[in-house]
Design a protein around this ligand. Structure first.
Ligand SMILES: Cc1cc2nc3c(=O)[nH]c(=O)nc-3n(C[C@H](O)[C@H](O)[C@H](O)COP(=O)(O)OP(=O)(O)OC[C@H]3O[C@@H](n4cnc5c(N)ncnc54)[C@H](O)[C@@H]3O)c2cc1C
Length: 316
C-alpha cells in the first residue's frame, strides 16, 4: 500500500525495494525526488537515508530498512550531455549505465564499452568502482559531485577519489553526478568490442537467473597454495569456490550457480534474504576450512539498523 502524503515528495510507506535478486524486505519510507531541492530536503529530514541505484549489487534483509530509501531515477538526476569533440560526458548519478554505454559508442567515444554487461546506475557503478577483466569505471572518471550527510556539496577530482578494487571511498556520500573523460574513436570497432564482451559474459554467467552478479570479492591468497596460486596473488573467488566443490550448494531458495560459482541465484518463489546470507556464511566457512582463504562480500547487504556496505551480516 502506498500513501501519498501532503508532502510533495510523496513518500511511499512500506514500499518494495526492487533488486536484481527479486527478494528481500521493504522500506519503511521510499522517495523518488524530482529535483535537487527535494533531495536536499529529504536529507535534512533523514540524514541516514540510503540511495538505491539499479539494485544490481544489493541484498535487502527480510526485515527491511527503517531509513528512507531514495531512488535518483527521475530526469533531474538521470540525464547526460556528451561532448563528442572533447570526449567529456556530464551525467547524473541516476543515469542507466548500459544506456549510457550505447549512447557514448553512438557518439564515437571509447572508454565505457569495457563495462558492457554490468547492470548499474552510474552512481552505483562509481561507488562500487564497477568493472572486471576488461576495465573499471575509475579509468574514465574525471570528477564526481555529491552531497555529504550534512547537506554540503562535495566536488572531487579523480585524484581525490580513493578508487581501488571494487571500492571507491565514496561510500556514505550521496553521489549526484559525475564527469567522465572518454576518447574519440571509430564507433564500429567499439560496437564490436561491446558485443564481444557481452558474448563472453553470456557464455560464462547465469544471466537469465536472478542474482546480484558476483557476491564475493576476488581474494588475495595469504599463502602459497598448489591448487590456487602463490601468496599475494588475487585469484578468482569463483574458481576458489568451484575448487572447494561448492557449485550447486543450496540453502532454501538460494543456491550457488552451476554456471559460475561466484553467483548466488534465487528461486524467487521460495528464497528469502536469510537463505542468501546463510548460504554465504556456509560458503565462507567451507572455503576457509578447505583452503585457509577468507572471502569478503562484494554484495551490499542492507539491514534495519546499519548503514549500507555492511559486510558484518555474513560474518561467521
Ligand atoms: C548479472 C549481473 C552482472 C554483474 N556484473 C558485474 C561486473 O561485471 N562487474 C561489477 O563490478 N559488478 C557487476 N555486477 C554488480 C553490479 O552491476 C555493480 O556492483 C553495480 O555497480 C551496482 O550498481 P547499482 O546502481 O545497481 O547499485 P545498487 O546495487 O543499487 O547499490 C549498491 C551500493 O551503491 C550505493 N549507491 C548506489 N547509487 C548511489 C549514489 N548515487 N550515491 C551513493 N551511493 C549509491 C547503494 O547505496 C549501495 O550501497 C553485476 C550484477 C549482475 C546482476
Amino acid at each position: 500500500m502506498s500513501t501519498a502524503l501532503a508532502d510533495p515528495l510523496e513518500l511511499q510507506r512500506h514500499a518494495p525495494i526492487p533488486t536484481w535478486f527479486h527478494i528481500g524486505g521493504r522500506a519503511d519510507a521510499f522517495a523518488r525526488p524530482t529535483s535537487h531541492d527535494q533531495l536536499a530536503d529529504l536529507l535534512r529530514r533523514d540524514p541516514s537515508l540510503r540511495i538505491l541505484g539499479d539494485g544490481a549489487n544489493l541484498l535487502v534483509h527480510d526485515e527491511g530498512v527503517a531509513d528512507t530509501v531514495v531512488s535518483l531515477a527521475a530526469p533531474a538526476f538521470s540525464g547526460w550531455q556528451i561532448d563528442a569533440r572533447t570526449g567529456i560526458v556530464r551525467a547524473g548519478a541516476g543515469a542507466n549505465l548500459p544506456k549510457l554505454i550505447h549512447a557514448t559508442i553512438r557518439e564515437g567515444l571509447a572508454g565505457l564499452e569495457v563495462l558492457g554487461g554490468v547492470p548499474a546506475s552510474l552512481g552505483g557503478a562509481l561507488v562500487m568502482n564497477a568493472g572486471g577483466a576488461f576495465g573499471q569505471i575509475a579509468d574514465v572518471v574525471r570528477s564526481v559531485t555529491a552531497l555529504a550527510r550534512d547537506g554540503s556539496t562535495v566536488h572531487l577530482t579523480r585524484q581525490q577519489i580513493a578508487f581501488a578494487y571494487r571500492s571507491s571511498g565514496l561510500e556514505g556520500l550521496i553521489i549526484t553526478g559525475c564527469e567522465l573523460a572518454l576518447t574519440p574513436a571509430d564507433p564500429a570497432p567499439l560496437r564490436e568490442r561491446l558485443l564481444d564482451i557481452m558474448a563472453k559474459k553470456k557464455a560464462s554467467q547465469p544471466l537469465a537467473a536472478h542474482s546480484a552478479g558476483c557476491v564475493w570479492k576476488n581474494p588475495t591468497l595469504p599463502h602459497d597454495h598448489p591448487a590456487l596460486g602463490p601468496a599475494g596473488a588475487r585469484v578468482s573467488a569463483g574458481m576458489v569456490i568451484d575448487r572447494a566443490g561448492l557449485k550447486g550448494l543450496a540453502v532454501g531458495g538460494a543456491s550457488i550457480s552451476p554456471v559460475h560459482a561466484n553467483f548466488v541465484v534465487t528461486d524467487t518463489a521460495v528464497a528469502t534474504a536469510q537463505h542468501v546470507i546463510d548460504l554465504m556464511i556456509e560458503t565462507r566457512r567451507r572455503v576457509f576450512d578447505t583452503f585457509g582463504v577468507t572471502l569478503h562480500p562484494e554484495v551490499v547487504i542492507w539491514r534495519r539498523r546499519s548503514l549500507g556496505l555492511d559486510p558484518a551480516g555474513v560474518a561467521p
